[in-house]
Design a protein around this ligand. Structure first.
Ligand code: AMP
Length: 213
């Protein structure tokens, strides 16, 4: 089962995708995480991507398409869940060409949506563990010990691009460049749409049903 998860920033793709990937035994390929690791390791791709990410803009297509292809074909026999890729129609077309080349296909495309107000709340209160990447929220799912991860004890931080000015840019980029993917995908076999505005457990149940049903 190969899956694409797409939707606006802050809708919960990362949290829900990680859980689904672990439970279903499929690799969770989160484009933002792959890029942040490249920035941290100061690879050529990471150095090229950093300024775009800091500004809340999309990293150029040729860079992200190559990076995701490497991850997909690293072990072609392993199913994958794409989170944060594709993010525009050109990337979706490149993905189709790449999958055809490798004899692979997508079984489910799940669109997760929530009103912009709740995306803003979720993004601006988000805290991430530096060690394991697990996400918390200052208000909705605070850690038991302030500043530290419940899972591994690592220090929590706020992503640079979760500042208000960058959030506004990311939401604008989403509306202009990523939302048109809905037209590209909604008539394809395997397309599902879920309401991701509820609480975490309910959204996960809806996602599971969309993928398995
Ligand atoms: P995310 O963690 O998914 O919110 O992504 C963080 C940032 O990484 C985005 O704001 C973009 O700058 C960059 N990024 C992630 N995925 C892509 C993509 N598919 N295409 C271009 N840039 C991306």
């Amino acid at each position: 089962m190969n899956v694409i998860l797409f939707g606006p920033p802050g809708v919960g793709k990362g949290t829900q995708g990680e859980r689904l990937g672990a439970e279903a035994g499929i690799k969770h390929l989160a484009m933002g995480d792959i890029l942040r690791a490249a920035v941290r390791d100061a690879t050529d791709a990471g150095i090229a991507a950093k300024a775009y990410m800091d500004a809340g803009r999309l990293v150029p297509d040729e860079l992200v398409v190559t990076m995701i292809e490497d991850c997909i074909i690293e072990d072609e026999s392993q199913d994958f869940l794409l989170d944060g890729f594709p993010r525009n129609v050109a990337q979706a077309e490149a993905l189709d060409r790449m999958l055809a080349l490798h004899g692979l296909s997508i079984d489910r495309i799940v669109f997760m949506d929530a009103p912009e107000k709740s995306l803003l709340d979720r993004l601006s209160g988000r805290l991430i563990c530096r060690a394991c990447g697990f996400g918390f929220h200052r208000q909705y799912s605070p850690p038991s010990k302030s500043g530290f991860c419940d899972r591994c004890g690592g220090a929590l931080y706020q992503r640079d691009d979760d500042r208000d000015d960058v959030i506004a840019r990311r939401l604008k980029v989403y509306r202009e460049q990523t939302a048109p993917l809905l037209d590209y995908y909604q008539h394809k076999a395997g397309f599902r749409s879920i309401d991701a505005s509820g609480e975490m457990q309910a959204v996960y149940a809806a996602l599971k049903e969309a993928v398995e049903g």
